[in-house]
Design a protein around this ligand. Structure first.
Ligand SMILES: *[C@@H]1O[C@H](CO)[C@@H](O)[C@H](O)[C@H]1NC(C)=O
Ligand SMILES: *[C@@H]1O[C@H](CO)[C@@H](O)[C@H](O)[C@H]1NC(C)=O
Ligand SMILES: *[C@@H]1O[C@H](CO)[C@@H](O)[C@H](O)[C@H]1NC(C)=O
Length: 314
């Protein structure tokens, strides 16, 4: 009973001056960090060495890992759509993670669709891409199927104007073998936090536009066919999209989006021994286990032909 009192009300326990020796005290619960968070764990030299020269693993020489490049684009403030509260947190967490993984991060905030396109093209011409072993491209914004929205996106774009959006296809175009020979045969990891439609609603904020805009998506339904058509000219990509087609992605106004939170946590905990496919599965499992079963990230257009490890700390 004394042990129970101690566990329920330590203040009362102390005030009563009960005997301090108490045999039945339960062992403390292991601190998993309620939300699964913890510091980034480094790979061991042995682990890294063991993977070099293996045919099923992308090579990661130390020199090329010192030249890693990443692109991080975050749209927070929009002219007509709601601002993406919590996005600063995502940007900060993603930036910290990429730096910890050894990437030099090119960072941009609040871009229009055209500017996103220009930024990806500029990135594809960066000098260091010749040396890097891999790239990570993260784009976070409002979105719809097949596109992320620029900051000037409007619900009713006049007929003579292009909607302010960036077609996700363009990433594959700009970073593929034609647009970016420097990245030939190198893994290109794409992370997109944005809605791909408007199905379902919730109290959390979603990263998309609502209702009638869904009709805009029709033209982009050919995602999968495109994948087949590009199979020869497109290789070594893995995209993790925050949700399945036509559904919304959720973002907590303070803690940031679920995908980015889970991704950072999973990479911190497991990237020292697991390759990116496995990490993506672990992120998906976090959504499956989650109380809120409203969103399921999707691996998309995976053309990795080997395992890609981040090898943190090497
Ligand atoms: C991940 O690891 C980095 C570096 O150790 C740390 O700064 C960050 O807080 C960790 N993030 C989470 C969500 O655990
Ligand atoms: C983007 O918008 C947010 C929200 O208004 C602001 O805090 C931030 O400074 C902006 N960033 C840039 C680079 O303009
Ligand atoms: C992981 O490796 C990095 C780079 O070598 C180093 O700065 C950091 O202190 C290491 N972290 C731990 C926890 O050993």
């Amino acid at each position: 009973m004394i042990a129970l009192l101690l566990s329920i009300d330590p203040t009362l326990y102390a005030a009563l001056g009960l005997p301090s020796e108490n045999p039945a005290q339960p062992a403390p619960e292991p601190q998993l960090g309620q939300d699964g968070s913890g510091p980034l764990i480094n790979s061991t030299q042995d682990f890294w060495k063991g993977k070099q020269g293996q045919r099923n693993t992308y090579p990661a020489a130390k020199e090329s890992m010192r030249q890693r490049m990443a692109l991080l684009i975050t749209n927070i403030k929009f002219t007509t759509l709601s601002d993406r509260a919590g996005a600063e947190r995502d940007e900060k967490n993603m930036y910290k993670l990429l730096v910890a993984l050894g990437y030099e991060v090119v960072i941009h905030t609040n871009l229009t669709g055209k500017e996103i396109d220009a930024t990806v093209i500029e990135f594809s011409k960066h000098k260091k891409l010749k040396e890097t072993d891999s790239v990570v491209v993260v784009i976070m914004s409002h979105g719809k199927l097949g596109a992320v929205l620029g900051v000037d996106w409007k619900r009713d774009t006049p007929k003579n104007e292009e909607p302010d959006e960036f077609s996700i296809d363009n990433i594959y175009l700009h970073l593929g073998p034609k647009g970016c020979p420097a990245l030939l045969d190198k893994p290109k990891i794409i992370l997109i936090q944005a809605c791909r439609g408007d199905k379902k609603g919730s109290e959390l904020v979603k990263d998309g536009v609502s209702s009638d805009d869904a009709s805009h998506c029709a033209g982009h339904e050919d995602f999968e066919e495109d994948g087949l058509r590009f199979v020869n000219s497109e290789k070594d990509f893995l995209a993790l999209l925050s949700c399945t087609p036509n559904t919304v992605s959720y973002r907590h106004p303070v803690l940031g989006s679920l995908l980015i939170r889970y991704f950072v946590e999973v990479v911190n905990a497991s990237a020292h021994v697991d390759h990116i496919d496995e990490l993506a599965i672990q992120v998906q499992q976090r959504f499956e286990d989650s109380r809120i079963k409203i969103q399921m990230p999707t691996k998309d257009r995976v053309t990795l032909t080997k395992h890609f490890y981040f090898f943190p700390g090497i």
